[in-house]
Design a protein around this ligand. Structure first.
Ligand code: AMP
Ligand code: MG
Length: 226
């Protein structure tokens, strides 16, 4: 399964907020063998959201959009997603009913628009807050508040499946440029993908669909590097 993540918010683009939602989602999806092929951040602007959602829904099996969901003036993500599908944003009866059942208030008491979702959307209850999320044909719209985003994503995680990869990590003090021959050789010898991440030392990430293959390739590397 191939997925794109779209994070929405002017505060992400100005550097006021670090985009922890994207990395958290990538981590959860990676654990399940789902491959995330795009992370795109867009401003709180309907046309920008619509354009990128439209492009990605054609290309990927699912699109996860987070941020800009709620009742304030800059929360336009539902409008952007609706526009991507050429739909209106309309009051959602399931959202009204869910809030009436679970909140301390009725939908009518909430800020206008809180329960408005793209027409035909499946409503996602918010286990940690008020503003509901939505699913429209493989496009999942989640809140931006990290605790709400995580709790809501956990309710749909079963809809994201891939082929899990097995990972072994090999660390070395050799410089990355010196390792090229052994990285090439291990890729010839075993059915593995290698990630090379230089930092204080170099971290080699050995990935395979079979646990034994990843372990054998990592052992092979450890014998040949310092
Ligand atoms: P919003 O979704 O714009 O209403 O944002 C609600 C809160 O969640 C704000 O404090 C945002 O800064 C924060 N937030 C929104 N998107 C993200 C993100 N991608 N990563 C981390 N925090 C975020
Ligand atoms: Mg925002």
């Amino acid at each position: 399964m191939r997925v794109a993540v779209v994070t929405v918010g002017d505060e992400l683009l100005s550097g006021d907020t670090v985009d922890t939602n994207a990395s958290w989602l990538c981590d959860r999806l990676d654990e399940r063998g789902v491959s995330v092929e795009r992370i795109t951040t867009v401003p709180d602007r309907i046309a920008d959201i619509a354009r990128v959602v439209n492009e990605y829904r054609a290309e990927y099996d699912a699109v996860i959009v987070t941020g800009g969901v709620g009742p304030t003036h800059d929360d336009v993500t539902m409008d952007g997603v609706a526009a991507a599908f050429g739909r209106e944003v309309v009051p959602n009866a399931d959202a009204d009913a869910w809030i009436a059942d679970h909140g301390d208030y009725a939908a009518a008491d909430l800020t206008d628009g809180t329960t408005h979702l793209p027409a035909g959307a499946r409503m996602l209850p918010n286990p940690e807050g008020v503003a509901p999320g939505a699913v429209v044909e493989g496009v999942y719209v989640l809140p931006g508040v990290p605790a709400e985003m995580k709790a809501m994503f956990e309710t749909v995680i079963g809809e994201f499946e891939g082929e899990p990869t097995h990972v072994e990590v090999v660390r070395t003090s050799e410089p990355e440029s010196a390792l090229l021959d052994r990285i090439a050789a291990v890729r010839e010898e075993f059915d593995v993908t290698i990630g090379s991440y230089p930092g204080d030392d170099v971290r080699l990430k050995v990935m395979a669909t079979e646990a034994e293959t990843a372990a054998a390739a990592a052992a092979w590397l450890r014998e040949r590097i310092d």
